[in-house]
Every structure is written in C-alpha cells, then in structure tokens.
Design a binder for this molecule. Structure first.
Ligand SMILES: Cc1ncc(COP(=O)(O)O)c(C=O)c1O
Length: 425
C-alpha cells in the first residue's frame, strides 16, 4: 500500500504540538474535576474529595509515605503517558521530526511556558534544570576582576559552587551572608542583604524559596533595594515556580532560573531561564552563537541534541497544572505543611526551622533537640516508613519534609505521631 506524502506527514507529527494526555486518564480526571471548577483556592485547601481525585492521577507509593518531594515531583500519570507517547512519536520519525517539526513544537511549548510564567516568550529559554539556567548566567556574564557577588548561607550548594568557580577563574569576590531562619519582617531580610552591598557589588543571588527550610524570601523588595544601588539580581526559583503563584516579571529579577521537574511535575530534565529583555545582551552564550543578534534570547538555545520529548511533555504538565489550578495548588501545599507543623510546633524538644504563615508553603524543616538530622531521617524511614531527607548544615539542622498534592492528612498524622514518639524517646 502506498502512503501519500500528506498521510506520511500527518503520521510523522501526530500528537506532537499539542498536549496529548492519555484519553482515558484525561477524560477521567477532567470529568471528575469538572464538578469542582468554581472551587475557590481558600476552600479548595481542605476539600478532601477534590484532592482524592487529584491523588488518583499520581503513581502510588505502597511501601512508604513519601514526604521527600523536594528532590523532584513524580509526573502525574496523564503527563507520564503523554511523555511516553511523545518519545514514541519522535523515535518513529526521528530525523524527520528533528528537521521539520521540532522548531514549531519548541516555539509552541515556549509560548505556553511563557504564559504560565507571565512573561514574553522572547525572554525565556527552555533548559534542562535550574543548575543549567543559573550557570548560563553565572558563567556567561562579564564580571571584571575585583567585582563582588552577594549570596547567602542557605542558597543551593551548586549555585554557590558555580560562583566559587568564578572566584577562582575570574577573581570574583563571593560575599556570603547569613539569612535569619525566623525573620521579624521583610525589612530585616532586605537590610541583611543591603549591608553586604559595596560599590564593587555587581550581582546578587537570591533563592526565592530556600530549599532546605522552605522559607520564601521577599525577592521583589530585595531586588528593588539592589537595583537602587546598581546591582543586578539573579533569582533561583527552583522551588517556587509552579509551587506558589507569581509572575516572573513581578519579582523583577534580571535573571531567573527554575526547574520544571520539581513543582510543575514535568519529566526529569526540564528547566526555565528567564532573562529580562534589556539584559539579554549581558550574557555570552556558553556554546557560542554569533548568528543570532546579541539581544535575541535564542542565542542561548544552542545546546545540541537532547531528549526533545521532555520538552514536548512540558505542555502536558502545564495542562495538568492548570486543571488543578495554581492558586488551589499553593493553598493545598501550604495547608498540608501547616497541618503537620501546627501539630508538632509546641511538642517538647521539637523545633521548626521554617517560619510560620505566608513565609513558607509546602516545604518545612523540623529538628529534635539532641538528635542528629540523619538519625531522625533514618528512624522515620526504618521505624515508621516515612521518607524525608536530613539537612545537616551550619545554619539548619533537621529533616526536610515535603508533602505533595497526593499527600493525605492521614499520612501527616503518621508523621506527627512519629515525631512525637521520637522526641519522647
Ligand atoms: C534552591 C535550589 N536551586 C537549585 C536546585 C538545582 O535544581 P536542579 O538539580 O533541577 O538543577 C535545587 C535542587 O533541589 C534547589 O533546591
């Protein structure tokens, strides 16, 4: 049987551009969530029937309670299903797809991602992760010897390491400050950063949501202060993106990196880099692209051949995210965190490394006096089958607990009971 050219092209691109949830999975989820369409975020946080439906979309963890979703999120099954089908589609017509269809799909995904980020598509690049996004800036920016960069003791280790390398390579001075675990107010944090700025300061690194404690920093206020002193700001939004609701421009960072495989629940290996339009020309592409104008973000897109099906599945992850609703997601994650932290806060010997209220969302960190973090995490896993991660740094000693949309309050009750028993032991 002869295949016409038109049929061939249709087959080669089937399912590529648009999100392609598995029909049954999507139908089921969409139908079930339809009943909750008008559910406002405030009441959604405790609407258990809604979250039971959402939970069904995630893969189960029959053997343990997973409270370590900070590393990265599992893909909901509809996204995973789409991801697999994208891989199949591309593999079936690999070179054809890469030469004829990839660019259009990439542009389409970029548009959808830009809409979620609230910024123009010509200010973003799809990367593999936050490390790559931030590294593109840290290693691509011109900093004269003697320039200073300000960062804090709770920034992510890999970012600090990238700055330290610039220190060895280019003579950059890294100034590391201490951010309070329990700030009085935003001004205390702004002042802490302000005190570290000198006339030589060129760049300020800011974690929007600190990964080891979950503390949310007042990025906009710090950025305003830094800009007033002529200092550019690079925001690490690895944990805040698609976790709390914000638009990238409202933070007013000059550069921002995020991982999409964390709270957007994409397949592993998807990230976002945002560069303000007027800052694009300040970054040298790591892999060189003189064919693209200096102020065109596409100069940063030349990264060689990579798993394009991961990029395609970003569209499906965004669709899932929007189905749940960003504001409802934030409200639920904050509710889950406060559900367990409120129940352990006043227990003897128990202390929290996470500030209360709106200064945190899903992530929190707890310690027990006299216990090493590693021993707590081990006991939680071995004795109670609760998976967390130990954080043992100079400012933060405790276990990080990260629930997800599929976490139940019964699972958090088990955590509360376990912490109480360990603290009494
Ligand atoms: C604050 C922060 N920045 C950056 C990263 C690095 O993310 P990735 O490994 O996706 O590059 C992480 C990872 O947990 C993080 O928590």
């Amino acid at each position: 049987m002869r295949t016409s050219r038109r049929t061939f092209i249709r087959t080669a691109v089937a399912g590529a551009a648009a999100p392609v949830f598995g029909p049954r999975l999507l139908d089921t989820l969409e139908r079930r969530l339809e009943a909750y369409q008008g559910l406002p975020p405030a009441s959604a946080a405790t609407e258990e029937a809604f979250w039971r439906e959402v939970r069904k979309a995630f893969p189960p963890h029959p053997d343990y309670i997973n409270l370590e979703n900070g590393y990265s999120s599992p893909q909901p099954m509809p996204t995973f299903d789409a991801f697999q089908r994208h891989a199949l589609t591309v593999n079936n017509g690999l070179s054809f797809y890469m030469r004829r269809r990839r660019a259009a799909d990439y542009a389409s995904v970029k548009q959808q991602l830009a809409a979620l980020a609230g910024c123009p598509a010509d200010e973003i690049v799809i990367t593999r992760n936050t490390t790559e996004s931030m590294g593109t800036v840290i290693h691509g920016i011109d900093l004269e010897p003697g320039a200073e960069a300000v960062m804090c003791d709770q920034d992510y280790g890999t970012m600090l390491e990238q700055f330290r390398q610039q220190s060895r390579r280019r003579g950059l001075t890294c100034v590391e400050i201490q951010v309070p675990l329990h700030p009085r107010d935003d001004q205390e944090i702004v002042d802490t950063y302000a005190r570290a700025i000198t006339p030589r300061t060129k760049l300020l690194l800011l974690s929007h949501m600190i990964n080891i404690t979950g503390q949310i920093l007042p990025v906009r206020k710090i950025a305003d202060m830094a800009h007033a002193r002529g200092v550019a700001v690079i925001v690490d939004a690895a944990h805040s993106f698609a976790h709390v609701v914000f638009s990238v421009p409202e933070l007013d960072g000059d550069y921002l990196g995020a991982s999409l495989h964390k709270w957007l629940c994409t397949p592993l290996g998807a990230g976002l880099l945002h560069v303000k339009k007027d800052k694009i020309r300040t970054i040298w592409p790591l892999f060189g692209d003189t064919s693209v104008p200096d102020d065109d973000i596409r100069k940063l897109e030349r990264i060689g051949t990579h798993p394009v099906w991961t990029v395609m599945a970003i569209a499906d992850a965004i669709r899932f995210h929007n189905l749940v609703g960003g504001a409802r997601k934030e409200a639920r994650l904050r509710y889950l965190q406060q559900y367990w932290t409120d129940r352990v806060r006043d227990l003897p010997k128990v202390y929290l490394n996470t500030p209360p209220g709106a200064r945190a969302c899903g992530i929190a960190n707890v310690g027990i006096e006299g216990w090493k973090p590693g021993v707590i995490a081990e006991a939680l896993l071995e004795k109670y089958r609760i998976f967390t991660v130990a954080i043992d740094t100079v400012p933060v000693k405790g276990v990080r607990v990260t629930p997800h949309l599929y976490t139940t309050t019964a699972e958090l009750d088990a955590l509360v009971k376990a912490i109480g028993e360990l603290a009494r032991a």
